[in-house]
Ligand binder design. Structure first.
Ligand code: GDP
Ligand code: MG
Length: 439
């Protein structure tokens, strides 16, 4: 989570019930977080409204605290807003499938044309051909040619003195003769949308009736991306979007806005300059990226599946009162084991991967069985009174469990550290840990 959001969640976390005022404040933080991620303000407004409605009507989910529930609602709504599922490329009933790349200068049209062609070659054994329809910069044709050479795809070009519409007309003839199954048209861009460019693109569109008009947008342009998308879509009725340069330190807010404003699916994302750096767009991953949540959602979902809320609450109370004993320890171990490897769970928590408090605690899941054996060798009295563990009792445990005495000592030491840590957690010193041990 962003720091801002994390703080808001931290506050909510300690409340058993979320009031209207709490919700309002949280919504304010979410709104700011989205704006920071470069999401368009109108989109944010609608979105927050929707989340608030959803949150107000939400049933209390078992195993999730109010803060987690809100994160989940936000994440689900974000994912839904961005289209839920990846949308595949349109294909023509009869070859060739015609793909027209459009977008502002420098957005990544030529690069993406190459990436897409490589993908089609690799996945469909396709035989694509490029048409060089950017005639305004001599370097544009050379660049396309260089891209094409890298991936071994032919380019149809007529230099810079011919009308682009005419180039496309001739190029289509050549592609048909050669039975190319895909034609990818690399068009010109401008620094801004202008009439002349749009007219030219409309003319090319009318001539070839493309199966796919892919608008290429630089994710780093943030707010401007929305206006660009709107402008191109109004004139050309685009079929999809490719969001490039997501390898930069962008939060991906543009993705959310573009989808919301145009209603057109984002089909691919560019994540580097190399020809291999093109990925299918996954709305759920983008949602996490926008919220800066890492794998938080996976964790929440796991917790939701496996935690028994009542038991978790009981544990929390015990931790707070410092009456957490070996019986609770056993029960918690069982719950945690159900969630999968402990290390993975810890790593998924924001800020937990390198938390010094965890350094001395052995998280090797293989040792769980041994620890269990030792705890099971305790008398009921010992399990309820962790402070009884004197040297002679420890020796007895070692004999009873068949584990070396050093291991028994280590386990007890770890248990005591854990107790201490839990007390800190319940006093609010460490966010995240609560998830692990219940709550
Ligand atoms: P065009 O003017 O729309 O054809 O844009 P280009 O394809 O020429 O790309 C402009 C610049 O952006 C080039 O230097 C590309 O290498 C770079 N570029 C394109 N896509 C990406 C991407 O996904 N990530 C990064 N880091 N750079 C990209
Ligand atoms: Mg270009």
């Amino acid at each position: 989570l962003t720091e801002r959001l994390q703080k808001a969640m931290e506050k909510l976390r300690r409340k058993p019930k979320v009031t209207e005022a709490d919700l309002r404040e949280t919504m304010r933080e979410i709104r700011l977080a989205l704006l920071e991620a470069d999401v368009n303000f109108k989109v944010v407004k609608d979105f927050v409204k929707k989340v608030r409605e959803e949150a107000a009507g939400a049933e209390v989910l078992k195993g999730l605290n109010p803060a987690q529930q809100i994160v989940k609602i936000v994440n689900d709504q974000l994912t839904e807003l961005m289209g839920e599922e990846a949308v595949p490329l349109n294909r023509a009933a009869h070859i060739p499938t015609v793909i027209m790349m459009v977008g502002l200068q420098g957005a990544g049209k030529t690069t993406t044309a190459g990436k897409l062609a490589l993908r089609l070659k690799n996945e469909d054994h396709a035989r694509p051909m490029f048409i060089a329809a950017d005639v305004y910069r001599p370097a544009a044709i050379t660049q396309l040619q260089q891209v094409a050479d890298q991936i071994d795809v032919p380019v149809f070009e007529k230099g810079t003195d011919v009308d682009p519409v005419e180039i496309v007309r001739e190029g289509m003839e050549v592609a048909k003769q050669n039975h190319n199954d895909y034609v990818i048209i690399d068009t010109a861009g401008r620094l801004q949308i202008d009439e002349q460019l749009m007219d030219e693109l409309v003319n090319i569109k009318q001539l070839v009736n493309p199966d796919e008009i892919l608008l290429v947008i630089d994710a780093m342009t943030g707010q401007n991306a929305v206006n660009t998308a709107q402008g191109f879509d109004d004139k050309l009725d685009i079929t999809g979007v490719v969001l490039t340069k997501l390898d930069g330190d962008t939060r991906g807010g543009a993705a959310m806005s573009i989808r919301a404003v145009t209603g057109k699916p984002i089909k691919f994302v560019g994540e580097g300059e190399k020809m291999e750096d093109l990925d299918v767009f996954h709305p759920d991953r983008m949602a996490s990226r926008i919220l800066g949540m890492g794998d938080m959602m996976t964790l929440i979902e796991k917790a939701q599946k496996n935690f028994d809320e009542e038991q978790a609450q009981e544990t929390m109370d015990k931790m707070r009162e410092n009456t957490f004993d070996y019986n609770d320890f056993l029960a918690q171990m069982d719950q945690v084991t159900k969630m999968g490897p402990l290390e993975n769970i810890i790593k998924m928590m924001p800020g937990m991967a390198n938390n010094p408090a965890l350094k001395n605690i052995n998280l090797d899941p293989k040792q769980f069985a041994h620890i269990r054996a030792i705890v099971l060798s305790m008398t009921p009295e010992e399990r309820e009174n962790p402070d009884l563990m004197n040297p002679s009792r420890r020796r007895r445990l070692a004999a009873g469990s068949g584990r070396p005495i050093v291991e028994v000592n280590r386990m007890i030491k770890q248990f005591n550290q854990m107790r201490k840590m839990m007390k800190q957690v319940t006093n609010g010193n460490m966010s995240g840990m609560q998830n692990l041990f219940g709550g």
